[in-house]
Design a protein. Structure first.
Ligand SMILES: Cc1cc2nc3c(=O)[nH]c(=O)nc-3n(C[C@H](O)[C@H](O)[C@H](O)COP(=O)(O)OP(=O)(O)OC[C@H]3O[C@@H](n4cnc5c(N)ncnc54)[C@H](O)[C@@H]3O)c2cc1C
Length: 534
């Protein structure tokens, strides 16, 4: 920001209907500042929020305002670009081209280190064909699907960019990069920014183009099989060229392991080598889907949305017998997606286009799962949680006919009585491979289904229309976060058993979403750079 301009930062509240009328917004700002409207010069919005708790829905905007005649600099930082790497730049290998791996690559280039990215899946465009194959033909490719492929698990998602991190500088940096690659600059100011599944692939492609131009490298269809170490330090990786079926061996010096929460083979690899892993709690449950119009009606007190209100969302949390039940990754105007990574499982998640204009609203509704749960279900050891996840995913696949059709039930039938009841017909859902009526209350482990049923009843007390007869649940929502942590030193971020390996992002257990994974990529890559300088 230019030091010369005298500006003031304030929060301004006004009826949300005003937000599309520049004159009314200026009037509200001037009033808040006790300035006459003609005294108000340039202004810029730093943050956009909404308060829909009461009938009069308010926009709450954080504004930076200047006096008439003063100009404020744009919020967009035009300095974000990658310079070409010198020929002899140090090299670091990154496994996984999800947000963690890609942001690590951007930061490495910025700091003079050449990233070599190995990704088991396909580039975004090719990946789309593999997604269609899941929906139409029920065929799940082991390496290219909703979780695996360029851009990682979030490429075909709602692209929500929320994080609990408070490191504003880093968040700003990650968002500025996304805008640089083509995201709407509104993400810089929206309190709950999202990009949308129709926009994310182009952003990921532009990112790749710039990384390649700067001298970074990508190898697609490259599945990491083994990590080799000499005297406790990483020395080489063995990987499979999935197209030719040939194995390759590459010497490596630094290895950023950003393989995401679905890379079960990587957890199993660490386990087989006797390298430290830790189990961690996670959450599991179902996706619940309503008509978007109904959610709007609930959240906006029956008001029409107009141009000024986004499709409404909700966040619900309660405790059932000491176990948390909560909504997760809500996708207003979205679609429930088939996110299995292996053929004999059902996994659901959700996505939305940038306009969030599909007629459905879906959300994960999940229960906190800990060691006690998976042990009682007969799954022991550090991989117990992972094996419990796998077990539930397979149960759902078997119950719905061993295709990518998912088991589903009307919400009101799920919460009916002690054990639920089979729905005679399932209303239309957005889940494209199709659904099969199953009594999920009986099918899912009772620790999950009983807590969910109680949770839904509680949410129905808060929002009676939530228990709409047309609302459907589809199962399972099982990949909310990693069931395992790959530990790392709190300062060097190296794995304690193998120097030069940096667990990163959601797979390591250090992130829980696109933005937090990107931030972890920035953090880990800083350590990689420092280790070269040491
Ligand atoms: C449908 C869907 C919707 C989602 N919506 C949102 C959302 O709106 N907002 C949000 O914040 N989060 C969302 N998420 C979660 C989000 O995508 C993840 O939290 C995030 O992508 C994690 O980033 P990551 O880089 O750590 O791992 P990932 O994105 O999982 O990337 C890991 C990459 O590693 C690759 N890989 C795995 N194993 C190997 C191997 N052996 N060899 C080589 N490569 C390998 C994978 O192919 C993958 O590309 C969604 C996820 C899904 C599936």
């Amino acid at each position: 920001m230019s030091a010369k301009v005298k500006s003031i930062i304030i929060d301004v509240r006004f009826p949300v209907e005003w937000s599309t009328d520049e004159n009314l917004v200026r009037k509200a700002i001037a009033k808040e500042l006790s300035w006459s409207p003609s005294d108000l010069g340039d202004y810029r919005v730093l943050r956009k929020n909404l308060d829909a708790r009461k009938k009069t829905i308010l926009a709450i905007w954080r504004i930076e305002a200047a006096k008439s005649g003063d100009r404020l600099p744009p919020i967009l930082d035009s300095s974000f670009r990658l310079n070409a790497l010198p020929a002899g730049a140090q090299e670091a290998h990154i496994i996984g081209a999800g947000p963690a791996g890609l942001f690590a690559a951007l930061n490495l280039i910025k700091k003079g280190v050449r990233p070599i990215i190995l990704e088991r899946g396909q580039p975004v465009r090719q990946r789309r064909r593999d997604l269609v194959n899941i929906t139409r033909n029920h065929q799940v490719d082991w390496d290219s699907n909703y979780c695996f492929g360029e851009g990682g698990a979030g490429t075909y998602s709602d692209g929500k960019l929320y994080t609990r991190s408070h490191k504003r500088g880093n968040i700003e940096e990650a968002l500025q990069w996304l805008v640089h690659f083509g995201a709407d600059p509104e993400i810089l100011v929206e309190a709950h920014p999202h990009i949308g599944t129709n926009k994310l692939p182009q952003i990921i492609e532009r990112m790749r183009e710039e990384i390649l131009q700067a001298g970074g490298k990508y190898i697609f269809g490259a599945r990491l099989l083994d990590i080799q170490a000499e005297n406790g330090t990483v020395s080489a990786i063995r990987w499979l060229d999935v197209e030719s079926g040939k194995e390759q061996l590459n010497p490596v010096q630094k290895l950023v392991l950003a393989t995401g929460h679905s890379a079960r083979d990587i957890f199993e690899l660490f386990h087989s080598k006797g390298w430290k892993l830790e189990s961690k709690p996670f959450a599991m449950g179902v996706r619940v889907e309503h008509r978007q119009r109904l959610i709007d009606e609930i959240q906006y007190h029956g008001k029409q949305r107009g141009d000024w209100l986004p499709p409404a969302s909700y966040r619900l949390v309660c405790q059932v017998n000491g176990r948390g039940v909560h909504s997760f990754c809500m996708c207003p105007g979205g679609i429930i997606a088939p996110c299995a990574t292996e053929p004999d499982q059902i996994v659901t998640n959700g996505w939305s286009p940038s306009k969030r204009n599909n007629p459905f609203a879906n959300s994960g509704m999940v229960v906190q799962i800990d060691e006690q749960v998976w042990q009682e279900a007969g799954f022991d050891g550090v991989l117990g949680g992972l094996n419990f996840q796998r077990h539930v995913e397979k149960l759902c696949w078997e119950a719905a006919g061993q295709t990518q059709q998912a088991p589903a039930q009307r919400l009101i039938d799920f919460i009916h009585g002690e054990r639920g009841r089979l729905s005679s017909a399932i209303p239309q859902t957005s889940y494209l491979p199709g659904v099969v009526s199953v009594n999920l209350r009986e099918l899912l482990p009772h620790v999950i289904s009983d807590a969910l049923a109680e949770g839904f009843r509680e949410f129905g007390k808060r929002m009676p229309l939530f228990l709409d007869p047309q609302a459907v649940i589809v199962a399972p929502e099982s990949r909310t976060s990693s069931p395992i942590r790959i530990p790392r030193d709190s300062v060097s971020l190296n794995h304690p058993d193998v120097d030069g390996v940096y667990p990163c992002g959601e797979g390591g257990g250090y992130a829980g979403g696109i933005l937090s994974a990107a931030l972890d990529g920035l953090r880990v890559s800083d350590q990689v750079v420092q280790s070269f300088e040491a």
